[in-house]
Design a protein around this ligand. Structure first.
Ligand code: ATP
Length: 215
């Protein structure tokens, strides 16, 4: 069975940087499924502006119709902080023999040692690091050592073991961030073409990023 990719994020809001990355990884890694996993109460950062329900609705709207893309809202339904290690343990219990690939950006990977029980992650899942503009893979320190030990350039390694490898993959670089999108909307500009129209429609109808948006 082909691996399940897990793409976690705040998705406040989802944009084409996320979607293109997910699509390229779905294809390049021959994933059976790519699951978008909106975070409920992210432990490492400020609280999102849009509600969990709005963020889930935007992710669903953005991904509907793409075979292989699914949305899993379990983290938004959980009380308290949502830690990746808990989410992965749940998925592992549901899929004991299927490879799991946790997808993170290079920026998130560089923060890995700050994640709750980060050393457990690789017992539960592979780690797939998507290159983002301006970030380089570490060559020294704990992450550099981890890459020497666990790094691979072979997609087959992600299919042959259910967890434990780190795969770094360059994706088309789209310099879009949710922060910039929110800023743009708050200044009254239209976010069209940074995200699917269905997402723009939800943003306009819920006014979840405040100020009125130009048509
Ligand atoms: P914010 O600006 O609010 O921090 P963001 O745009 O980085 O948000 P997140 O929801 O925090 O979006 O990101 C989820 C995941 O997607 C992270 O692993 C992040 O590195 C990755 N990601 C975000 N933007 C892009 C992009 N333009 N290209 C590739 N990956 C991205």
């Amino acid at each position: 069975m082909n691996p399940i990719g897990i793409f976690g994020g705040t998705f406040d809001p989802i944009h084409y940087g996320h979607l293109r990355t997910a699509f390229e990884l779905l294809q390049a890694l021959k994933l059976g499924e790519l699951r978008f996993m909106p975070a409920g109460n992210p432990p490492h950062r400020e609280q999102p502006m849009a509600s969990a329900e709005q963020r889930v609705a935007m992710v669903r709207a953005a991904t509907t119709g793409q075979p292989g893309f699914t949305v899993d809202d379990r983290e938004t339904r959980r009380e308290g902080p949502s830690y990746s290690v808990d989410t992965l343990a749940g998925l592992r219990a549901e899929h004991p023999t299927r490879p799991l690939c946790l997808i993170v950006g290079m920026d998130a990977f560089l923060e890995l040692p700050k994640w709750h029980q980060w050393q457990e992650l690789l017992q539960l899942s592979h780690l797939v690091v998507a290159h983002r503009p301006g970030w380089r893979a570490p060559t020294m320190g704990p992450l550099g050592e981890l890459l020497v030990d666990r790094g691979t350039g072979r997609v087959d390694d992600l299919h042959e073991a259910i967890a434990g490898r780190i795969f770094i993959h360059a994706v088309t670089q789209l310099e879009i961030s949710s922060t910039e999108v929110r800023r743009l909307i708050a200044s009254g500009r239209n976010p069209r073409y940074l995200m699917p129209d269905a997402v723009c429609d939800i943003i306009a109808s819920t006014a979840c990023y405040a100020r009125g948006q130009q048509r």
